[in-house]
Design a protein around this ligand. Structure first.
Ligand code: FAD
Ligand code: PYC
Length: 417
């Protein structure tokens, strides 16, 4: 019988004896590909993986200006849920959640996906009504969500302070038990390995500087820091930089960027069983498998590409966390950072074709695109392969900002803004 030691099992789960960045090939760019995906975040890599796996399109390059998975994929707080209000969004995010549920097995990569439950706190009568509305709408869409009274919320998360004497007492909570967390970089690495083994070229340190077009307007390739590369299909999946790339193709898009901050504490023994978000006090929290408390703030109120934010926002968030969970008052924080998130006017993403033949856009995921990673990649791959959106992402077209058929999900964010 083969015997595995614990370290060897862990090594196996993360790709055997190879270092994390040796698990995919590092080819030189070719002169041309069938498909170019701009941005090797989780979304771009997932799209490449599904193009190869489900559509047999393997002559694909993923171009990344930095290193793989170093964008918002590396900066997010890994909250996964699908409790969005409208039918279109419930379908979209639930599609992603269903993919998450089998993804470690599919990629043979331990994504540490943990359905520990996401609880969203209500602190006012308005929020009670709002979250109850979400619960009913979700259940009609087959998305699990349940309303908890104050004592039930405390039972689910014992560290929660339910005293009526705090500034914003907890009045109840909406709980999605299938929600949870995953290892953020593992997702990028798992998809990268899966795509690379199927022949996809992942090319790091390759910044796209221009988008070339034929005389008939269709795309012909890109100018990059490593030379010109041809392709008849190009997908922009570059999060906060997507609008700049769309500008290179001559199109303006309704996207604005804001800084979103997060921080982690020193690691401690398991004390926090779930994910909790509170929009009213601008804070959310979970505990990683390493033991760190993972804490996030609300979005900054000014437009910026900065990947850092002001300290007073974080101080405000920590004050709120200490009031909700007094046992954390003396925790030490290890590090804090910011990411730049791209936001649409209706707070829903854009995922589909553009007016330019051969150009596809996946952007506008704002504060909530990590949870969507498998779904966004899957649907982007479908859209590229068929040159038409899947029925799930059809409502998320760029043209909705002309037709006015918006999907207003501002209230569904777990992040205050
Ligand atoms: P990215 O990972 O940013 O990938 C885009 C890539 O494109 C980058 O690697 C970038 O370098 C590359 N790129 C850009 N321009 C170019 C160019 N010109 N040429 C080549 N490459 C280029 N979402 C959740 O669902 N749950 C959360 O808990 C959550 N928490 C968050 C917390 C913070 C602090 C932040 C900042 C975001 C959070 N998000 C969360 C949002 C989530 O991180 C993003 O929506 C998601 O990671 C987007 O993935 P992506 O693959 O599209 O983007
Ligand atoms: O979309 O659930 C979310 C989220 C939580 C924290 C940041 N984004």
């Amino acid at each position: 019988m083969t015997r595995f030691s614990f370290p060897s099992l862990v090594r196996h789960a993360f790709g055997g004896d190879k270092g994390w960045d040796q698990q995919w090939a590092k080819p030189e760019p070719k002169a041309s590909y069938d498909v170019i995906i701009i941005g090797a975040g989780g979304h771009g890599l997932a799209a490449a993986y599904y193009l190869a796996k489900e559509h047999n399109i393997t002559n694909v390059a993923v171009l990344e200006k930095g290193w793989l998975g170093g964008g918002n994929t590396a900066r997010n707080t890994t909250v996964i849920r699908s409790n969005y209000l409208y039918d279109e969004s419930a379908n979209l995010y639930n599609h992603a959640l269903c993919l998450w549920e089998g993804l470690s097995q599919e990629l043979n990569y331990n994504l540490m996906f943990s359905q520990r439950g996401v609880m969203m706190l209500a602190h006012s009568e308005h929020e009670v009504q709002l979250y109850k509305r979400h619960v009913h709408a979700n259940r009609l869409n087959g998305v699990d969500n349940e309303w908890l009274n104050v004592e039930q919320a405390k039972d689910f998360c014992p560290p929660l302070n339910i005293s009526p004497d705090v500034r914003y007492p907890v009045m109840g909570a909406a709980l999605q038990r299938r929600g949870g967390t995953a290892r953020h970089d593992g997702v990028a690495w798992g998809y990268a390995r899966g795509a690379s083994t199927r022949g996809v070229h992942i090319i790091e340190n390759c910044e796209v500087l221009g988008i070339n077009r034929h005389a008939d307007g269709s795309v012909s390739g890109v100018e990059t820091s490593r030379g010109t590369i041809g392709a008849s299909k190009i997908a922009i999946s570059a999060a906060a930089h997507s609008s700049q790339l769309m500008n290179m193709a001559g199109l303006d898009v309704p996207l604005e960027c804001f800084t979103l901050q997060a921080l982690v504490s020193e690691p401690v023994a398991p004390v926090f069983p779930c994910v909790i978000a509170s929009n009213t006090v601008h804070a959310y929290i979970s505990q990683s498998d390493k033991g760190e408390l993972v804490i996030g703030a609300g979005t900054e109120q000014y437009v910026s590409y900065a990947q850092r934010g002001p300290l007073h926002t974080v101080e405000h968030t920590l004050a709120a966390i200490c009031e909700m969970f007094p046992m954390f008052t003396r925790m030490k924080m290890l590090r804090n950072w910011g990411g730049c998130v791209d936001v649409t006017p209706d707070r829903s993403p854009i995922l589909g074709k553009t007016p330019i033949q051969g150009l596809y856009l996946n952007a506008g995921w704002g504060t909530g695109g990590f949870k969507a990673t498998p779904g966004a990649g899957h649907l982007l791959a479908h859209t590229i392969a068929k040159d038409a959106p899947h029925e799930i992402n059809a409502p998320f077209s760029l043209s909705r900002f002309q037709t006015g058929r918006l999907i207003d999900e501002a209230a569904a964010a777990a992040v205050a803004h």
